[in-house]
Design a protein around this ligand. Sequence first.
Ligand SMILES: [Mg+2]
Length: 346
Amino acid sequence: MIAHFDVDAFYASVAVRDDPSLSGKPVAVAGSSRRAVVLTASYEARPFGVRSAMPLYKARAACPQLVVVRPDMAKYKQVSREIFAILERRGHAVEGLSMDEAFVDFAGAAPAAAVALAAELRGEILAATGLTVSAGVASGKMIAKIASDSCKPNGLLAIAPGEEAQFLAPLPVGRLWGVGPKTQRRLLAYGIGTIGEVAALDDARLHELFGSWGNDVRELARGIDRRSVESERETKSISTEETFEYDVTDERALIDVLRQHARELAEKLTAENLSAATVGVKIKRADFTLVGRQTHLEEPTRDARHIFRAAVYCLRRARLEGAAVRLLGTRVASLVAGEPLQGSLF
Ligand SMILES: [Mg+2]
């Protein structure tokens, strides 16, 4: 499960937080030049038609009582750091999209647990910064983001696995990632206005309308979204391997090597303050054919025993059946910062 978090009217909310006399008033954050545009409008300003990116003079015309506040970038950066520290605290992968918006990967969490986590994080951010954050929770990034956009301000909306297509179907096709206003107009000319109508297209029509991109668009429209949360962390995996002096056929000898590898990887994870949710093995047979197997853990770990057990599981799944092995490697991936959660593994 993936969550998308987005602070409500970020700049304006910070301004109101720090000057309670603005509370309940239509507020716009904007620069002071003649050509200044609205950077953020408070929810009280939005019914007047005041929007981000609107020229300030137009916003003032639309809403004469508008209170205009100058931006304070240093302050926003400070608040942003506090928010990201909270999102990262439990060791999940976090992909920032802007100062006040991020995806968090609740890898391995059941849907109900993911929703509970998202609610907790919203509460922690509110307590620490005084700002409300809306969150969407879903099996994929796009739906999580659409969900959080749909429940603003101060909302939490979860789309249960299996209900993605149903949630998307009535939405305008322009909400799909990659479908801009131009494509949207073109599709409308063909009578396609909703995401559900894209989901229902047959192969021939799909290709005619979208070309080689068609299958991806239709999958997205059906709620299938495989894009993963890309945290900024450089290290994507850590591995170690052993090339044997003599080909090894004894499984017990291979298992001994995996035990060594697991200890070594656990040490490296600890040294870098990381935990891993994926463990894999790589095996090169004496005939130089390669086989790889990997498994995902329910929760990230840095415990050598857990890595070892998962590696043995992978080795057995490779079904060597006595084949001579020239090289054996172990790898941990799906790395997240911090200590693993306490709880049951496997
Ligand atoms: Mg925002």
